[in-house]
Design a protein around this ligand. Structure first.
Ligand code: AP5
Length: 214
């Protein structure tokens, strides 16, 4: 089994790129943020506990995250490989992942990088569909009709954690908790630094040039 981890700060485009690669590679995208948001929307016990932290831009405690993830990675569609967006996010979670995987499973990291200006612009103009979760950007990837989802016609809203003060906190948490993973993984698994500047197509081209899949 191959596990491709999309590692990068909030707003860099992990979900955008991950969804395109998931279709191209016919591999499921496991997005920790989406899994948690789904739990919040459905007011599950995981969701009720996670929401408090997500609203503030803090990481959700590892045991709750693990509860949400448990089982998903072992489902049949993940047999040959998965793309991971937003997990692991700290060294403890990296250990959790290693414990779930078998010795012959392969981990590859795509270390996505972009300037702070790019991140802030992508986050502050992001809108998501309240019904199906599709992601838009008011300037870069706008919906055809103002305020409405192209796919299901649902209302487009701003994520709670895309308010300026929460964005700043999420970027800070990334530098403190998640960036150390780059050092942790260096030399342990294949890791490639990819510029996430430019259009989604530019980024996909850079990734596909690596010939990681197929
Ligand atoms: P999560 O949802 O994972 O948030 P994140 O990592 O902060 O990442 P984002 O979803 O904000 O951004 P993205 O990189 O996916 O960018 P996107 O493709 O949307 O997590 C949310 C919260 O959940 C966390 O803060 C935490 O509380 C909790 N959580 C999640 N995982 C956890 C874990 N493992 N442990 C503990 N807690 C956890 O793109 C952004 C915008 O830019 C969009 O509008 C998009 O249309 C646009 N865009 C994307 N790419 C491009 C491009 N190339 N050019 C122009 N525009 C672009």
């Amino acid at each position: 089994m191959k596990v491709v981890i999309l590692l990068g700060p909030p707003g860099i485009g992990k979900g955008t790129v991950g969804n395109i690669l998931s279709k191209k590679w016919n591999a499921p995208l496991i997005s920790m943020g989406d899994l948690l948001r789904e739990n919040v929307k459905n007011a599950t016990s995981v969701g009720l506990k996670a929401e408090v932290f997500m609203k503030k831009g803090e990481l959700v405690p590892d045991d709750i995250v693990f509860e949400a993830l448990a089982g998903r990675i072992k489902q049949k569609d993940a047999e040959n490989g998965v793309l991971m967006d937003g997990f692991p996010r700290n060294i403890n979670q990296a250990h959790m992942l290693e414990n779930i995987l078998n010795d012959n499973d392969e981990i590859v990291l795509l270390n996505l990088v972009a300037s702070n200006e790019t991140l802030t612009e992508r986050l502050s103009l992001r809108r998501i569909c309240i019904r199906c979760g599709a992601v838009y950007h008011l300037k870069n990837i706008p919906p055809k009709k103002d305020g409405l989802c192209d796919i299901c016609g649902g209302e487009l809203i701003q994520r709670n954690d895309d308010k300026p003060e929460v964005i700043a906190r999420r970027l800070e948490v990334f530098r403190k908790e998640t960036e150390p993973l780059i050092k942790y993984y260096a030399g342990k698994h294949k890791m490639v630094k990819i510029s996430a500047e430019g259009t989604p197509e530019d980024i996909i081209r850079r990734i596909e040039e690596l010939g990681l899949w197929g």
